[in-house]
Design a protein around this ligand. Structure first.
Ligand code: PLP
Length: 404
């Protein structure tokens, strides 16, 4: 069963915060909803007004205004304030995609000659950025197996600046013990960055454990409707100020309309994630009991290697379930083709249930052997549970498991 929220008070508050946190009412013209300030730049009354702004400007958006769209937008800013509060951070910076948040953050933290440690079961493009792009600029990466904190600590060098990990990871939903991670990082004076996309602030708040930076692909649960691309990084005022100033240069800003859609999605985040937590757990239990399924990866199951850590540090186990079918690549494809309700698509976290065979989606260009090297089996299926009826989803999976 899902464990009870550690503090009911906090859980109730987050349901309120998703709807109201950071609001500065009344909005112009007493609009109920956050206005979309669809503007590329901002005007000044006269030169004195301009001079006053320039003299006072520190972080782009001063007293509700910026000089130019890349330096700030009131709609974007309002959403950043809300996400920061939800994640228990001092500030947040919205970006044009989750990858923009990852890359802009790492580019802000690292200099030539630095080193970083990354866990292996993490988003493929994040790994690619560290292992190929950062390497070109003289930044070395050591990859360690997710879940092995001893290897992780042993990988830390005198020039290590940051430990990068996801929790839960993709696609095996490995959960990192954040208390231990932070203890190790503090001892070595290394910063920590957690990609918390799979959990959202509803299920875990890494900053409360002392993690320095949290990245979230807002494309997934925060937006929640499979209709936008965005990312966000949350942390201390000083780190966010640095990342924001670099965003002015790197340019991966979030546009105001997308920001509005994120804010609209956030209002139902607590409801959606709670439903997805419950539904995913039931489906994971169903799959684990089924003859044609050889293995289920879901942290809410006792059989998952990180069940205990997850139960301690998460308020729900999330909406993604990965499982291995009893069969080869083609048999697995036949199962996927027999499923009617879940749509075949990459991505996760939206209201629609999505299904994919990672071997043929994110890892298509690799051979079976190369895929095995990175831990992706041909018979692996990743299910991102949406908000449809659990019974309908279960019935559909049951009929599809009879095929092939
Ligand atoms: C999707 C995803 C990303 C990348 O986000 P985009 O918005 O697609 O750029 C990063 N990390 C995780 C865990 C993801 O699921």
């Amino acid at each position: 069963m899902l464990k009870q929220p550690a503090e009911l008070g906090r859980a109730t508050r987050i349901s309120t915060d998703v709807v109201h946190a950071g609001e500065k009412r009344p909005f112009p013209h007493h609009a109920l909803t956050l206005p979309i300030f669809q503007t590329a730049t901002y005007t000044f009354e006269n030169t004195a007004d301009l001079r006053e702004f320039m003299e006072g400007r520190m972080w782009g958006l001063v007293e509700g205004r910026a000089e130019y769209g890349r330096y700030g937008n009131p709609t974007v800013f309002a959403v950043e304030v809300r996400i920061a509060e939800l994640a228990a951070g001092q500030a947040a910076v919205l970006m044009s995609s989750g990858m923009a948040a990852v890359t802009s953050t790492l580019l802000s933290l690292l200099y030539a000659g630095d080193h970083l440690v990354i866990t292996d079961d993490s988003y493929r493009r994040t790994r690619q950025f560290c292992l190929t792009f950062l390497k070109r600029w003289g930044i070395e990466t050591t990859m360690v197996p997710a879940g092995d904190l001893e290897r992780l600590e042993a990988a830390i060098q005198p020039n290590t600046k940051v430990i990068v990990s996801e929790s839960p990871t993709n696609p095996y939903l490995r959960v990192l013990d954040m208390e231990q991670l932070v203890e190790i990082a503090k001892r070595h004076k290394v910063k920590t960055l957690i990609d918390s996309t799979f959990a959202t602030p509803i299920n875990q708040r890494p900053l409360e454990y002392g993690v320095d930076l949290v990245v979230d692909s807002a494309t997934k649960y925060l937006g929640g409707h499979n209709d936008l691309l965005a990312g966000v990084v949350v942390g201390s005022e000083s780190l966010m100020a640095m990342i924001r100033q670099n965003q002015w240069v790197l340019g991966a800003v979030c546009d105001p309309h997308t920001a509005y859609l994120i804010q609209r999605g956030l209002k139902t985040l607590a409801l959606r994630v709670r439903q997805q937590n419950q539904s995913a757990l039931k489906l994971a239990e169903f799959l684990e009991d089924h003859d044609r399924v050889s293995r289920v990866w879901y942290p809410g199951l006792r059989s998952h290697p990180d069940h205990d850590v997850a139960s301690r540090q998460m308020r729900g186990y999330g909406g993604v379930v990965s499982f291995e079918l009893d069969g080869d690549l083609d048999a697995t494809s036949r199962f996927i083709d027999a499923v009617r309700l879940p749509l075949i698509a990459s991505s996760l976290g939206g209201v629609e249930t999505l299904i994919e065979q990672p071997a043929l989606m994110s890892y298509f260009e690799l051979s079976t052997e190369e895929r095995l090297e990175v831990g992706i089996k041909d018979n692996l299926v990743r299910l991102s549970v949406g908000i449809e009826s659990t019974e309908d989803l279960m019935a559909d999976l049951r009929q599809a498991l009879q095929v092939g």
